[in-house]
Design a protein around this ligand. Structure first.
Ligand SMILES: C[S@@+](CC[C@H](N)C(=O)[O-])C[C@H]1O[C@@H](n2cnc3c(N)ncnc32)[C@H](O)[C@@H]1O
Length: 236
């Protein structure tokens, strides 16, 4: 596979100086935007599918795109159930190449994560593992609020707990995600270069970036869920 994806260009040279203040503000604020009926319906159906599978340990593939990682994670963790969530019906509906039998322990669902994560917290549904793979970087300095760690939803992601892993081809994104995790938790956060090849990549974006010769980065941590935060972070 040959690809010529351009590395992320940004007018930011390091972690955004406003990040700690932004994260602290969001952690002290209740998120009041109403959950949409369509997201509630998608959430309810996907949780019913998980329960019908026996309620195995849950893996959330947040922003799963075409769902390749959802399938690969299901294959890698046969004793778990993987829910891949993405807002794009077009991506979720794409036919992806898969050799052999598809695993049965996964589902992909079209929903906005902003609602999906809040519903998980208010319904006390905690993932054992939580992947955020190659989220849109929003690299302009002025776009901090669109990155997951700069968004009001971030404290909800942390409160859900579990093993959280974020990957990106933009080191600053991972540096910021890791420092925001550290700010809101006592757990050790590990950040490192991540090696991948186009053939063993977990996601299509990872494959494209690996084929383009980009450096890849990831951070991960393991956190206890914080059910007590549901009432201070989400309107239920
Ligand atoms: C850069 S793509 C990465 C997709 C996939 N993880 C991969 O690595 O191939 C980011 C994905 O996040 C999804 N996304 C962004 N914001 C979202 C939101 N609020 N709710 C659900 N999905 C979202 C987009 O639709 C897109 O598929």
């Amino acid at each position: 596979m040959h690809a010529h994806s351009r590395p992320v260009q940004s007018n930011q040279a390091s972690v955004h100086e406003q990040l700690p203040a932004v994260v602290a503000k969001h952690a002290a604020t209740i998120f009041r935007k109403p959950v949409s009926a369509v997201n509630l319906e998608a959430f309810t159906a996907s949780i019913a599918a998980w329960k019908a599978h026996g309620g195995a340990p849950l893996i959330l593939d947040a922003g799963c795109g075409v769902g390749l990682s959802t399938r690969k994670l299901a294959q890698a963790f046969p004793g778990s159930f993987v829910i891949g969530v993405d807002q794009s019906a077009e991506r979720l509906g794409r036919n992806i190449r898969w050799a052999g039998d598809l695993p049965k322990n996964f589902i992909t669902v079209r929903a906005d994560l902003i609602d999906y994560w809040r519903l998980m917290l208010s319904e006390s549904i905690y993932p054992q593992q939580h992947y955020l793979l190659y989220p849109n970087p929003w690299p302009k300095k002025s776009q901090l609020g669109r990155r997951w760690h700069g968004h009001a939803i971030f404290p909800v992601i942390v409160a859900l707990g579990g093993r959280i892993e974020c990957r990106s081809n933009w080191k600053i994104y991972i540096d910021e995600f890791a420092s925001s995790l550290q700010q809101l938790s006592a757990g050790a956060v590990h950040s490192e270069a991540h090696r991948s090849t186009p053939t063993d990549a977990l996601t299509p974006f990872e494959a494209k970036y690996a084929a383009s010769g980009h450096a890849l980065w990831r951070c991960h941590t393991e956190l206890p869920p914080k059910p007590g935060l549901a009432s201070t972070l989400v309107d239920s």
